[in-house]
Design a protein around this ligand. Structure first.
Ligand SMILES: NC(=O)c1ccc[n+]([C@@H]2O[C@H](COP(=O)([O-])OP(=O)(O)OC[C@H]3O[C@@H](n4cnc5c(N)ncnc54)[C@H](O)[C@@H]3O)[C@@H](O)[C@H]2O)c1
Length: 312
C-alpha cells in the first residue's frame, strides 16, 4: 500500500515525494521523463519508502498492469504538459498529456478500486476575469489549450467521484517557483541577462501581475488539504494573497545578479503570448478557513527561487 505520484520526477512531484516520505508514507513515483528528470529524485533512490517507475501514462494497458501489481491508497496525479507555450502551437499535447493521462488514471482507479484521487489543477481553468478568483467563480472559460485540458480533466474527476465513490481533491495552483523548476519567466530572464547584462527584453508590457507560490509552501498545502478536507469532491485554490508584476520580477532578478542600470524594453501588449492570462488574483478564504496559509509572499517566493537558480 502506498501513494502513487504521477509526474513524480517533475518539479512539483519530486518535492511532494520528499514531503510524503518525510511524513512516513510509501511512495511510488511514475514518470515518462519527458519533462522531469531522474536528478530530481536521485536522492530518494536508496530510500526503502520510495520506488520509481518509468512509464508513459498515455498507454492505458501498461498502466493497468501497474495498478494490477500494486495496491495504492491514493493517487496524486501531477503528470501533465507543463509547457503552455509549447502546446499553444500544438493543442494535441494538452489533449494527450493533460487530459488523456488524467482519464487513464481515473479509469485505473475505477477498475482497481483506488478511492482517493488528488489532482494538480491550475488557475488557467478560470480564463480571464477581473474578480478575485474563488472556487465558485464562473463561468469557467479557459483561454489556453492547457487550461482547457485541466478543466476537461476536472469535469471527468467530478463524474468519476460521484459515479464510483472516489474521494477527490481538485487543487488549483497559481504560478509555482522554487528549486528544480526548469522553465518559466525567472529562467527566461536569467538566461537573457547572462547573455546580455545591459538590457532585458520583456514580453508584453511588463504589467502582467500574478500570484507566485513557493514550491514547499505548495506541497505542504496539497497534503494539508488532502488530510483535512473530507467531502466526496473537494475543490481548493492554493496560493498566496498578493501578486507580483513581471516588471518587479525583472527588478528582483537584476538585484540578485548585482546588475545595475539594465535597460528594460517591452514587446508591448497586455499578454506575453497567446493563451497567457496577464492578471489575476486569488481569494483564499476557503483554504484559509481550513487552517492553511502560505509562509512566503509572491515577492519572497520569487527571490528564493531566483537565488536557487543562480546558485547552480
Ligand atoms: N509549475 C507551475 O507553475 C504549475 C502551475 C499550475 C499547475 N501546475 C501543474 O502541476 C503539475 C506539476 O507541474 P510541474 O511544474 O512540476 O511540471 P513538470 O513538467 O516538472 O512535471 C510534470 C511531470 O509529468 C511528466 N509527464 C508528462 N506527461 C507524461 C506522461 N504522458 N506520462 C508520464 N509522465 C508524464 C513529465 O515528465 C514531468 O516530470 C502539472 O500537472 C502542472 O500542470 C504547475
Amino acid at each position: 500500500m502506498g501513494i502513487l505520484i504521477t509526474g513524480g520526477a517533475g518539479f512539483i512531484g519530486s518535492h511532494l515525494a520528499d514531503l510524503l516520505i518525510a511524513q512516513k508514507y510509501d511512495v511510488i513515483a511514475l514518470d515518462n521523463l519527458s519533462l522531469g528528470t531522474k536528478e530530481n529524485i536521485r536522492h530518494l533512490f536508496n530510500n526503502k519508502k520510495f520506488r520509481f517507475i518509468q512509464k508513459d501514462l498515455r498507454h492505458l494497458d501498461e498502466l493497468k498492469n501497474i495498478f494490477r501489481e500494486n495496491q495504492f491508497d491514493a493517487v496524486f496525479h501531477l503528470a501533465a504538459n507543463s509547457d503552455i507555450r509549447d502546446s499553444a502551437i500544438n493543442p494535441g499535447i494538452d489533449l494527450e498529456n493533460t487530459f488523456m493521462t488524467t482519464w487513464n488514471v481515473l479509469e485505473c482507479c475505477r477498475l482497481f478500486e483506488v478511492d482517493r484521487f488528488v489532482f494538480a489543477s491550475s488557475s488557467a481553468v478560470y480564463g480571464k476575469t477581473t474578480r478575485a478568483l474563488t472556487e465558485e467563480t464562473g463561468p469557467l472559460c479557459p483561454v489556453s489549450y492547457y487550461g482547457a485540458g485541466k478543466l476537461a480533466a476536472e469535469s471527468f474527476i467530478s463524474a468519476y467521484a460521484f459515479m464510483n465513490n472516489i474521494r477527490s481533491w481538485i487543487i488549483r495552483f497559481p504560478n509555482v517557483v522554487g528549486e528544480r523548476a526548469t522553465h518559466g519567466v525567472l529562467h527566461d530572464f536569467i538566461q537573457k541577462l547572462k547573455s546580455d547584462p545591459k538590457q532585458l527584453i520583456i514580453l508584453g508590457d511588463g504589467n502582467q501581475k500574478k500570484p507566485y507560490v513557493y514550491v514547499r509552501d505548495l506541497v505542504e498545502a496539497i497534503l494539508y488539504v488532502y488530510q483535512k478536507a473530507d467531502a466526496l469532491l473537494n475543490c481548493y485554490n492554493i496560493g498566496v494573497d498578493d501578486q507580483i508584476s513581471v516588471k518587479d520580477i525583472a527588478k528582483i532578478i537584476c538585484e540578485e545578479m548585482l546588475l545595475e542600470d539594465v535597460v528594460f524594453t517591452y514587446t508591448g501588449g497586455e499578454t506575453g503570448w497567446k493563451g497567457d492570462v496577464s492578471r489575476y488574483q486569488y481569494n483564499l478564504k476557503k483554504i484559509n478557513s481550513l487552517g492553511w496559509k502560505a509562509e512566503y509572499s509572491s515577492g519572497e517566493a520569487v527571490r528564493l527561487a531566483v537565488r536557487s537558480i543562480l546558485s547552480k
